[in-house]
Ligand binder design. Structure first.
Ligand code: NAP
Length: 248
């Protein structure tokens, strides 16, 4: 039987094993998707030896970056982002991809963005880099915020949240939360954003999917903004992984 799996450190609340095993059942696919917790990335080669039937893997926190030296190849998008969340195992070779990029990109289709639109990305981690790569591909200008003002070779000048009040927030149609702030169980928390400056022209996108209505989205909704959570992106990135494992 073909095996697939998710590698990460703490996987008890993970979406992928449930999503894929339901898919296999519904579509009569003879395969199994496993939760494969490892304590350190150094355990990865041992895991591959223990499961020779593996055809594909997803990778989650904290290994999306650490996995890269263990792979034979990574595609151009994963290389740009510097993070891999999908591994194709083909003829003994490990090929890395980043399907968060595809999931986020496809989830933006209904909004009809154009080159005049601009965005603010809250956060500077791996998910922020995937979001930034999508915005680059759409020629949408953006800047990032962080808990401290800093310079980073990927994002260049990053501003501190406290300086957002000095920005013309009206000039930025899309605001994306790529931080874990507000995620279950800390559902009262929200990024330190000047929500009072929002209106019905803004789109607030939270990569978090649990809870479905984060405090970030709730605050935006109260100001009339359009809101979107991370569930569709999550499903689209999983589907893209499946397409990679099946058809490429
Ligand atoms: P990460 O690297 O751990 O964190 C992202 C960034 O958030 C950090 O670089 C940090 O930026 C900021 N941050 C962390 N803790 C913070 C805090 N207490 N207050 C303010 N900022 C904080 O995580 P990630 O892998 O990029 O993922 C981020 C989020 O996206 C997670 O909630 C994850 O579940 C979600 N995600 C969703 C999908 C989806 O399909 N929907 C896909 C990928 C990720 P600074 O240090 O610069 O402030």
């Amino acid at each position: 039987m073909d095996l697939y799996g998710l590698i990460g450190k703490s996987l008890s609340h993970s979406f992928s094993p449930i999503y894929f095993n339901n898919k296999f059942k519904k579509e009569n696919i003879t395969a199994q998707y496993l939760s494969l917790e490892i304590n350190t990335i150094a355990d990865f080669p041992q895991l591959l030896l223990a499961y020779p039937e593996l055809k594909g893997l997803n990778v989650t926190i904290p290994y999306k970056e650490q996995i890269i030296p263990y792979l034979d190849e990574i595609d151009a998008i994963a290389k740009t982002i510097g993070a891999v969340n999908c591994i194709q195992i083909k003829e003994g070779k490990l090929l890395g991809h980043n399907t968060d990029y595809y999931g986020f990109k496809k989830s933006l289709h209904p909004f009809d963005f154009n080159k005049q639109d601009k965005a603010i990305i809250l956060g500077t981690g791996g998910a922020a880099r995937a979001v930034a790569a999508v915005l680059n591909s759409m020629h949408i200008q953006y800047f990032n915020t962080s808990r401290i003002k800093k310079y980073d070779s990927y994002f260049k000048h990053i501003i501190a949240y406290e300086d957002l009040v000095h920005i013309d927030i009206n000039a930025y149609r899309l605001i994306v939360n790529t931080t874990p702030v507000g995620m279950f169980p800390n559902i009262q928390d929200a990024p330190d954003f000047p929500y009072h400056l929002l209106n019905d022209k803004h789109i607030l996108y939270d990569l978090i999917y649990n809870p479905a209505m984060t405090t970030f989205l709730h605050n935006g909704l109260q100001m009339g903004a359009i809101i979107k959570n991370g569930l569709e992106m999550l499903e689209l990135q999983a589907l893209k992984s499946w397409k990679i494992w099946q058809y490429s």
